[in-house]
Design a protein around this ligand. Sequence first.
Ligand SMILES: C[S@@+](CC[C@H](N)C(=O)[O-])C[C@H]1O[C@@H](n2cnc3c(N)ncnc32)[C@H](O)[C@@H]1O
Length: 185
Amino acid sequence: MDEKIAKILAGLEEINKAGGQWNISHETGQFLHDLIIEKKPELIVEIGASNGYSTIWLAMAARKINAKIITFEFVPEKVRDLVSNLQKSGLIKYVQIIPDDANKRLGELSEKVDFVFLDGRKNEYLQQLKLLEPKLNSNAIIVADNAISHKHVLEDYLYYVTNEPKYRSELKDIGTGLEISMLGY
Ligand SMILES: C[S@@+](CC[C@H](N)C(=O)[O-])C[C@H]1O[C@@H](n2cnc3c(N)ncnc32)[C@H](O)[C@@H]1O
């Protein structure tokens, strides 16, 4: 990893330890990065960027495979930090930031989506997946964070992806738990 980015990530990990950002763990970031390199999605959608810790991991992978990220974050102070952290990392050109409520804007996506990272409000994952479904490529991958830490709030989402035959879905005990659901397996 680029030394400058490693330092930025380490700094954000310190801020996260102090509280308030709810960033993914380093291990989760590395996992998402490696999964993207392996699957080579062209368009990645993230819901809930916060200050950009997870977005940096996604964008490091996007840079390697020439993919594009669209990320949603609706808290203005977080958007400010997100922009600043992506600029400092030299990764901003891989990311389109939509500083608004994903639930209002997902319907506007005009390109097909290959990879989704859900990390906004936990009780909205299912609604967001349903909004995204018409836009998913036939072999899309959806990764939902907090599948262990918030398994009760995610009950409807987890029931859907594990019972809907079009998905193959598995839970990974990484960070706070990742539910990985694949279409066209
Ligand atoms: C758990 S934090 C995201 C952490 C980030 N993914 C990371 O690991 O670095 C959730 C973020 O989602 C944002 N959020 C929640 N619901 C949203 C929505 N519907 N649209 C846009 N942003 C949303 C919140 O403002 C918050 O910053």
